[in-house]
Design a protein around this ligand. Structure first.
Ligand SMILES: NC(=O)c1ccc[n+]([C@@H]2O[C@H](COP(=O)([O-])OP(=O)(O)OC[C@H]3O[C@@H](n4cnc5c(N)ncnc54)[C@H](O)[C@@H]3O)[C@@H](O)[C@H]2O)c1
Length: 397
């Protein structure tokens, strides 16, 4: 017999589904509020992981070590990749497509690390089958498709979230609380940057549905909207750097997606912010000594903040403000989840019943902003955003 704090697997699946409902169906739920009573003892969340390419090699070590998670299946349309991951991480079941995985060994939670054009169809099938879903970014390629997935998750009573997870870092929390405290005055402007020479392994990064904004700029758009709130309008310019690229899976291919991108956002709060991202950046620079690259700057009327390192792997926040005008490094705390821990983070929220800082509405808004940038490039116009998300994510201390 179960004590009040113990659940059978069937009870757990029922209560965790309710938690998913609470999170997904309450877009205006304050993150501080408790979302649902979900407790688990002596049982695990069963994971099906689809997409066994590059990033699965970073996800699987995290998920297979998680004490309350059991990775039951791996799947890839290139079956050798799934077999290799199964052997590497001792996963018992291997499938060549989503349909066979859904019809095979039971699982509760899908991790989707397929290529971007496959995100929507794979997410849709898993949600239709009543699975909780963690998707790599973006959740879909079109805003209407993302809206459809969020509605489907609500209808099925399951959780749905998309990477990245940078709003769960201690440095994000520190910056959000610093802004809310008024210490740097009225925030007027912000800047984020993330780029490198471009992935070398898969062609889809350079084809329709790929590109540096969806792959890299997405981190900065998530952090800046997370800190400064929803965006009302966007101006963007994108460009290619090369006509062709040589990649491991397809040889020489034509470049069709953005490799050099500038995105300007006007936030509802009145702040103007900017993201610079690309696949055409020299990435061999090395910084001497303790100095760390700043990837993000937030400017206020009474102070400034600079984020050390990338927003998905930060070493601290340098802060200066009126009365303390010398930059000093704050918040050097290690991040429990790191960039690859988004799925572990939402599993933990399903298990402890606490609301997630990562919400599907935020992921959808980020997609809306990125697509507005592409539309601005295509039309030469300033483009209005169609969506909002529950904000602020973190309130003042
Ligand atoms: N590689 C990284 O370091 C990294 C880091 C963070 C996020 N991401 C994100 O993770 C996702 C995957 O990136 P990647 O670098 O691992 O790509 P990848 O090309 O190495 O791997 C993608 C895998 O998905 C498989 N796949 C595609 N469609 C499928 C389908 N319908 N069903 C089953 N399998 C399918 C492919 O065969 C491939 O093995 C992307 O959204 C990317 O932006 C990658």
């Amino acid at each position: 017999m179960n004590t009040p704090n113990e659940t059978t697997r069937r009870d757990f699946i029922k209560t965790s589904a309710l938690a998913g409902t609470a999170i997904a169906a309450s877009p205006f739920l304050a993150p501080q509020a408790k979302s649902a009573e979900v407790r688990l003892k002596g049982d695990k969340i069963r994971i099906g992981h689809i997409g066994c390419g590059s990033v699965s090699g970073s996800y699987l070590p995290v998920m297979t070590k998680h004490p309350k998670v059991e990775v039951v299946s791996v799947c890839d349309i290139i079956p050798e990749r799934a077999k290799k991951r199964a052997e590497q991480f001792k996963v018992p079941n291997v499938y060549p497509n989503i349909d066979e995985m859904l019809a095979g060994a039971e699982f509760d939670f899908l991790i989707n690390t397929t290529s971007m054009p496959s995100h929507y169809p794979v997410n849709k099938k898993a949600l239709e089958a009543g699975k909780h879903v963690w998707s790599e970014k973006p959740m879909a390629l079109e805003v209407s498709k993302g809206q459809e997935l969020i509605a489907l998750a609500k209808q099925k009573g399951v959780g749905f979230w998309a990477a990245p997870n940078c709003v769960t870092s201690p440095q994000f929390e520190f910056m959000a609380k610093t802004i809310a405290s008024g210490r740097i005055g009225k925030v007027t402007a912000a800047h984020g940057t993330y780029g490198h020479g471009g992935p070398t392994w898969s062609a889809w990064f350079y084809q329709k549905g790929g590109g540096s904004l969806y792959d890299l700029g997405v981190y900065n758009v998530t952090t800046l909207t997370g800190l400064l709130g929803p965006v009302t309008e966007v101006v963007g310019m994108t460009d290619k750097v090369y006509d062709t690229r040589k990649v491991d899976d397809k040889g020489v291919i034509k470049v069709e997606s953005d490799e050099n991108t500038m995105l300007i956002m006007r936030h509802q709060s009145g702040v103007l912010s900017h993201v610079q991202t690309g696949f055409g950046y020299f990435d061999g620079e090395r910084l001497a000594g303790e100095r760390k690259l700043y990837s993000m700057d937030v400017m206020g009327t009474k102070g400034v903040m600079h984020l050390q390192g990338w927003d998905w792997s930060s070493a601290g926040v340098d802060l200066a403000y009126e009365g303390e005008a010398v930059l000093e490094t704050q918040c050097k705390d290690a991040w429990k989840y790191e960039w690859v821990g988004g799925a572990a983070y939402v599993c933990d929220r399903l298990l402890d019943g606490q609301p997630s800082l990562i919400t599907p509405e935020h992921g959808l808004h980020v997609l809306d902003v990125m697509n507005a940038c592409h539309e601005s490039q295509a039309t030469g116009q300033r483009v209005k955003c169609q969506t909002v998300f529950p904000w602020p994510l973190i309130k003042a201390a």
